[in-house]
Design a protein around this ligand. Sequence first.
Ligand code: SF4
Ligand code: ZN
Length: 144
Amino acid sequence: MNDGFVEKMRDADVVHDSRLLADFVQIFCDEHHGTSARSLVTTDGASLGVYGRKTPTLCAECEEHLAYAENRRAFCPKDPKPFCAHCDTHCYREEERIWQREMMRFSGPKSWRKGHAVDGIKHVLSARKWRREMERRSAEAGAD
Ligand code: SF4
Ligand SMILES: [Zn+2]
């Protein structure tokens, strides 16, 4: 783990987003890999105690995705940061981007029941704004 990551993980927004992401991945893993071997994650974020008592229990595959996303979030250049799904400069590797989109689509609607109503509302509003922006851009491209 590099010093930069440790420093970034002191930021309250980074911690919040990492915890939210971990909860989403937990929902996804519970429903898809509940019968697989799973254990408490030992990602860099978990090693720093970011998740506290809510450290996720995941299969190896989901833990890898979480570890990847933790690092992307920690070093995100956007401020304010949009939801990754609505980011115009998506920094994820293609296969990670596809995985995260699938995971968010699955876990997002269920996260309301897991105490993330405010984040769920923000996500819906952000999705609307993002769709409008995409429509505006495609209208502009069509007018060229
Ligand atoms: S996808 Fe965009 S918002 Fe998400 S971490 Fe990368 S740069 Fe930041
Ligand atoms: Zn899993």
